[in-house]
Design a protein around this ligand. Structure first.
Ligand SMILES: CC(C)(COP(=O)(O)OP(=O)(O)OC[C@H]1O[C@@H](n2cnc3c(N)ncnc32)[C@H](O)[C@@H]1OP(=O)(O)O)[C@@H](O)C(=O)NCCC(=O)NCCS
Length: 327
């Protein structure tokens, strides 16, 4: 078995195999939910303005039997990488995962990265693997699932009316040019999301980064619906929420939701999410499920989601491996 570089230029059959592994693991761990589309799996290897993404593959007899996607943030957290490691179920417990992880450690250490993050279902083989490789659990996160067909549209309409001096703006695709600087600044709200036992840098946002993010999604054929809360007197964007449609037949993914610290406590979180869900039901009638991931300690976000009708699916561990220590 060889460990080789893996990227979007790799043989199409390897990329197909990577997607099949992604689907298998989703069916195994996120039961009842629609699995990722081919473009989502490809996206794990597609870089953009803020992230360098590539991977390593385990090749046995010409076949891809496992691979790891590695994401390195280029603008903050220069000591950290995020990874997604998958081994074909017929090839597990033969050291494939360990070899991929060891090769990743070498690669990242050469780049000055000292921390590797991932996410594993509690009680799964991946959790046992992470423990055996010396990773520590830093936070519990929960996928929450909303049955869109049960939404009370009248209640959504009422909740989507923020009090003065706030206004809402909803768009599909890229952010309007006249809002993009203010929208970029509002991303600071996400710095306050719980990070568990680890510390992370504040993210460095700019209009250029917003455009890079949007171009990556557009390049993958993904669509987005965004609602922002605008503080009318100043023109500042004080909150935003994004729904991502990746081509799953009836599922949308919730991306960021944040309200800037100075404007919390005005039910803006509920307002922006309600408005965006209303737009979803109007513009995307095929979508009947929304999936969101939240830290289990994120009481405020969970309260908003509970009010909207989201239900817990399972519990996952965020895990971090110290790359300077070999196991
Ligand atoms: C996690 C995963 C990549 C491990 O790959 P693997 O090639 O089977 O791992 P290895 O053979 O290198 O296992 C190394 C050690 O991890 C531990 N381990 C791995 N799988 C385990 C399991 N099912 N039960 C208990 N321990 C396990 C063992 O200590 C093992 O050493 P041993 O076989 O000598 O006892 C694989 O199970 C997988 O693809 N799972 C689904 C993908 C996933 O959820 N990934 C999440 C992102 S990390």
């Amino acid at each position: 078995m060889d460990i080789v570089d893996f990227d979007l230029g790799s043989p199409p059959e390897w990329l197909d195999a990577w997607h099949r592994l992604d689907v298998d693991v989703s069916l195994e761990t996120l039961t009842g939910l629609e699995p990722p589309t081919p473009s989502e799996s490809r996206g794990e290897l597609l870089s953009d303005f803020a992230y360098h993404r590539r991977g390593l593959a385990a090749i046995d007899g010409g076949q891809l039997v496992g691979a790891i996607a590695i994401e390195e943030s280029m603008l903050e957290d220069l000591d950290t990488a995020y990874s997604w490691l998958l081994v074909d179920s017929a090839h597990r417990r033969r050291g494939v995962g360990t070899r991929l992880l060891d090769a990743t450690r070498e690669l990242l250490r050469a780049n000055g990265r000292t921390r590797l993050d991932s996410s594993v279902l509690i009680g799964s083989p991946a959790s046992a693997f992470a423990t055996s490789r010396g990773a520590r659990v830093t936070q519990i996160e929960v996928p929450n699932v909303l049955d869109v067909t049960t939404l009370d549209r009248d209640a959504l309409r009422a909740d989507a009316q923020p009090r003065s001096p706030y206004l809402l703006s909803t768009w599909t695709g890229s952010c309007p040019d006249d809002l993009v600087d203010a929208y970029a600044a509002a991303h600071a709200a996400m710095d306050d999301a719980p990070h568990g036992a680890e510390t992370y840098d504040d993210a460095v946002w700019s209009a250029e980064r917003v455009r890079g993010h949007e171009e990556r999604w557009a390049g993958l054929g993904h669509r987005t619906l965004t609602t922002a809360a605008v503080h009318a007197p100043s023109g500042s964007v004080v909150g935003y929420t994004v729904l991502l449609l990746t081509g799953r037949p009836s599922t949308a993914s919730q991306e960021d939701t944040g309200v800037v610290r100075a404007h919390r406590g005005h039910r803006l979180g509920l307002a922006i999410k309600s408005a965006n869900l209303l737009a979803l039901t109007e513009q995307e009638p095929a979508i009947t499920t929304v999936v969101t991931w939240n830290a289990e300690s994120n009481a405020h976000m969970l309260a908003v989601n509970d009010e909207l009708g989201f239900r817990r699916h399972s519990r996952w561990e965020e895990v971090t491996l110290d790359l300077l220590v070999s196991h």
